[in-house]
Design a protein around this ligand. Structure first.
Ligand code: SAM
Length: 224
């Protein structure tokens, strides 16, 4: 979906400069030392306009929340929300989630949130989905044992927890929304190559990725 151009983007970004990390590699391996006062680091990929970012950060003042967003016209709204609410525990990276290994040392993020990621329905774009295997491998590296991916997409049983902007919109339309929590275990580590397709099929089998999961299931079945 194309994001509307924001008026005065540059000066508005400038006003929020203290919330941004201009060099995404700057704190790699020492986020909690570089930005002291927090007990753990959580990361949100594709934060969009930041309703979830702001409400989650407000619920967890002891957690540093790093929000990654590649579209500045969306990120500026998120940053202004954080500024208006006076939240001290959020930082933003204006960049691509594909650079996660440059942002985080292995095991550095205790949790990764991915909400309503862009569907990229054409198969030639499948590698751009934040649920694509290469991304899942990056998440497995960035999490410690017990670390979690929290993934929300289109509520089975009504609204649960903090809503995102997209979720509020879909919920108002009466659409079903699913949430998955995937936890890194010793099995994830031991079978890095094999576990990723299993994680994808079992946990990230969202409405938009069904086709991809079917293909992966077929390939796995054929390989048996
Ligand atoms: C459909 S919107 C959802 C926004 C928000 N999570 C929500 O639920 O309201 C997807 C967001 O992810 C961002 N995004 C998609 N791929 C990304 C990537 N590789 N790196 C960073 N942001 C990404 C898009 O720019 C967009 O703002």
């Amino acid at each position: 979906m194309r994001m509307r151009k924001r008026h005065n983007l540059a000066p508005r970004m400038e006003k929020c400069a203290d919330l941004m990390i201009p060099d995404c590699t700057a704190h790699r391996g020492r986020w909690l030392e570089g930005i002291p006062g927090f007990e753990r680091l959580y990361v949100e990929l594709g934060c969009g306009k930041g309703r979830f970012t702001a409400d989650t950060a407000a619920e967890m003042p002891g957690t540093l929340l790093l929000a990654v967003e590649k579209v500045p016209d969306a990120m500026i709204i998120a940053m202004e929300r954080i500024r208006e609410r006076g939240l001290a525990n959020v930082r933003f990276i204006d960049g691509d989630a594909a650079a996660l290994p440059q942002m985080l040392a292995p095991g550095e993020a205790a949790r990764i949130y991915i909400n309503f990621c862009d569907p990229w329905p054409k198969s030639r774009d499948a590698k751009l989905r934040l649920t694509a295997p290469a991304f899942l491998r990056m998440y497995a590296d960035a999490l410690p044992l017990g670390g979690e991916i929290h993934f929300k997409n289109l509520h089975k049983d009504g609204a649960v927890g903090v809503m995102t902007d997209y979720e509020a919109k879909f919920y108002a339309e009466g659409l079903k929304i699913n949430r998955v929590v995937a936890r890194k275990t010793a099995a994830t580590l031991g079978t890095a190559a094999g576990a990723v397709p299993r994680l994808r099929n079992a946990s990230l089998n969202d409405a938009r990725g069904v086709e991809e999961s079917r293909e992966a299931n077929k390939t796995e079945e054929n390989a048996k």
